[in-house]
Design a protein around this ligand. Sequence first.
Ligand SMILES: [Fe+2]
Length: 282
Amino acid sequence: MITGPASLHGAGLGLRRAFVRALLDTSPAAVDFYEIAPENWIGMGGANARRLRALTERHPFVCHGLSLSLGGPAPLDLELVRAIGDFLDVHDIAVYSEHLSYCSDDGQLYDLLPIPFTEAAIDHVVARIGQVQDLLGRRIAVENVSYYAAPGQEMTELDFIDAVLERADCELLLDVNNLHVNAVNHGYDALDFLRALPGERIRYGHVAGHREVSPELCIDTHGSAVIDPVWSLLAAAYEHFGVFPTLLERDFDIPPLTQLVEEVEQIATIQRRAQPEQRAHG
Ligand SMILES: [Fe+2]
């Protein structure tokens, strides 16, 4: 079974290893595709690897990297990129995304820091995305990340994202929750920001939960249910750009699978409302 871009549609779920056995027994009908972090699976053998292969044979998957550090100062880990390429081939996965950010000194911390919104940073990250795309032989998608400070800012976040996407000729992983969190924390209008993004570059989307510390401060935790303003923003995104594949991320305080599937069903409901025929046909 080939799981190329054409088969990526509808509503998805970030796959937790703890759910693999359950999903092999029963696949929830609401989940059209899954996302995994290749770093969590590369090099794994034995029964776990066989179970993952059984799932990737049955369902479309996307890969979402954790540690490539596209904006980081250290040379790109080309061995990791090659290993990711092999992983994508073995599992017939067409879509690979990474964060428009960089990991702190120790990449193993998976601590994602924003790239400074500067011309020099654009040149740097565009060259690195180009390197990755050349090695993988495909366009990759980069994700708008949540950030809490923007030191040395020379331009708006929007201009920075636009310039990177355009010059690297890459795709966008639109994280609607990150957009909401940033709009609250940095005092801009989420809808204006959303509508100004280059919609033709959206490859797929993320929704997730976050923690509201105060009306002016949200912390992006991926540790709770998606809140109504984020669902509304997702609906607005579909209305403006058309429906795109979207998945639920949940990394902490993981509830039972059935509860996560209910949130995936909510994505599907919003997609059907926005464009019934598009969701039906992918
Ligand atoms: Fe995300």
